[in-house]
Design a protein. Structure first.
Length: 267
């Protein structure tokens, strides 16, 4: 996935969902090509680590074959808030100058995934890949109350990953939990029981072979490239980006045990 480098030029509207109050903005690249982008602004939950997680996760998801909007780094020019009439939104934008994470708008023809909808046809395999992906990045934020999923025809797609990799930023005794070492930290993965697809996939015949193969094919250059795309101003002294790269390299090496753990969870 190419991470777009864009500049905001137009305020379109606030998005109807999202606790981070994302805005739909008109943006342009260096060649003046137009894009509509859903931008998440820095704030209480969308800190620099969350923006790094979003950017890395988008690239990773694409390389693993998941459907995900194209990622963008959006420059918010000084004074951009002046074109927004709603005062609280203008204040949010004014406090977030510079580079913010964005996703290219999906446009028409898709629906958000409602809780309780049954998986049909190829959606079951896609749901299994999404469950495996969320286990890999340890994303607790794809629950029935907040699926963070979209559907278009028989395709399932994902978005909103600011909580991914958050375990790498916490001071955990014994080190960060890893699904290929789950026996040492079994309670660390109880969040998976709240996953939107947990009940639908349990007890079924699932093929994680393609997911494992794609994870195994990731090169060092690809994994390191995820971090290279992170803007300097987002980077932290504790090298959060380096921790994500190291974790993904270890996950690739231990992919067989990772898949065995996922099958165990869904037995």
């Amino acid at each position: 996935m190419e991470v777009l480098q864009l500049t905001a030029t137009q305020f379109i509207k606030p998005m109807s969902t999202g606790r981070n109050r994302p805005l739909l903005l008109g943006c342009e690249d260096s060649a003046n090509n137009p894009f509509e982008v859903v931008v998440k602004f820095r704030g209480k939950e969308m800190n620099a680590k969350a923006q790094m997680a979003e950017l890395v996760t988008a690239q990773l998801a694409d390389d693993l074959g998941l459907q995900i909007p194209q990622a963008a780094v959006v420059d918010i020019p000084a004074g951009f808030d002046a074109i927004i009439a709603e005062k609280d939104l203008a204040a949010m934008v004014k406090s977030s100058p510079g580079l913010n994470f964005g996703s290219v708008n999906l446009g028409a023809g898709f629906t958000t995934w409602p809780p309780g909808r049954n998986l049909v046809g190829a959606q079951r395999d896609q749901a299994a890949d999404i469950f495996a992906f969320d286990t890999l990045i340890q994303n607790p934020d794809r629950r029935a109350v907040n699926p963070n999923l979209w559907a278009r025809s028989d395709k399932l797609g994902v978005y909103d990953h600011e909580q991914a990799f958050s375990f790498l930023a916490l001071p955990i005794i014994g080190g960060a939990p890893k699904p290929w070492q789950a026996a040492k930290q079994p309670k660390s993965f109880q969040f998976l029981e709240q996953h939107i697809f947990y009940r639908s996939l349990r007890g079924g015949r699932l093929d994680f072979g393609p997911f494992k193969e794609k994870l195994g094919r990731l090169t060092n250059g690809q994994i390191q490239g995820y971090a290279v795309a992170i803007p300097t101003e987002w980077r932290s002294k504790d090298d959060f980006s380096g921790k994500m790269v190291e974790y993904l390299g270890e996950a690739r090496k231990n992919r067989e045990t990772l898949i065995q753990f996922i099958k165990h969870i869904l037995r």
